[in-house]
Design a protein around this ligand. Sequence first.
Ligand code: PHE
Length: 339
Amino acid sequence: MIDKIKEHIAEVEKFTAETAETVESFRIKYLGKKGILNDFFAEFKNVPNEQKKEFGQAVNQLKKAAEDKVNSIKELLESKEEDKGLYGDLTRPAEPIQLGSRHPISIVKNQIIDIFSRIGFNVSEGPEIEDDWHNFTALNLPEYHPARDMQDTFFIQTDPDILLRTHTSSVQVRYMEENKPPIRTISPGRVYRNEAISARSHCFFHQVEGLYIDKGVSFADLKQTLQYFTTEMFGKSKIRLRPSYFPFTEPSAEVDVYWGLNNEIDYRITKGTGWLEIMGCGMVDPNVLDNCGIDSKEYSGFAFGMGIDRIALLLHQIPDIRMLSENDIRFLEQFKSAL
Ligand code: PHE
């Protein structure tokens, strides 16, 4: 009897099949209700006690061999089926793709770039590690100028000439040194200031600064450009300019947008005034033009600079600036944008 089982095992192991039907009849022959295996199981009670163990083991071995054979041939036939077309089954639903999201800083930055590119501004970039000349001196901020304190600076300890840029005006200096007017460029980028970190301010943040230089550029051009920008960016065209001071512009102004006082949020973000400060600007100081190799008797220009982070907080109602750099995926996932 045991020899008979062993013969079956050898036969099962040799078996191959090319079609699903042959595998199925093989399965029925061995594993079906009236199959060979059930016959052996029924025989079990007639086997003498001392052989029961060996017999049982042999039958189980046969069962396992038959099952394994059926499964492996089925798998083989199925994989051959898939290979038929170059791309397999084209009607099969696609695997879902996990799409990333854009960072709110990038979204706002891209919006600003898009708005200015429509009126002929290009994008310029420069290094975050700067020298004193490009960040300060060329911008009418010579050594010991008190206005250097307006921007608390990270210096590289071993070399006081090297620092982390405090604004992207440094990029504008580089741009003027390398390009002749007319110049229309915006400079987005990360900047650093040695300030205490809180919900409202960070020791690094992002700016977009703009520069326009040509013959006969006037303050009216600046105002018009700002008005175009605020209308496109915020849907608000009412702006006001408050006199201010920057060493690199003269005259200088602070730009406020009239946000309105329509709801509680408006009250909170404008401190009840309805006005929101969004940027600094002014006519480029002639000293700056001359420092950068542009003849200030022939050319004039305007410049402006704004913080991207503050605008992102405002537009997306983000309560804390630190969330922008914590990289919490649950926060970042919420921002979807075409830009
Ligand atoms: N560079 C200034 C700042 O970072 C912003 C500014 C740019 C102001 C251009 C006027 C003109 O605060």
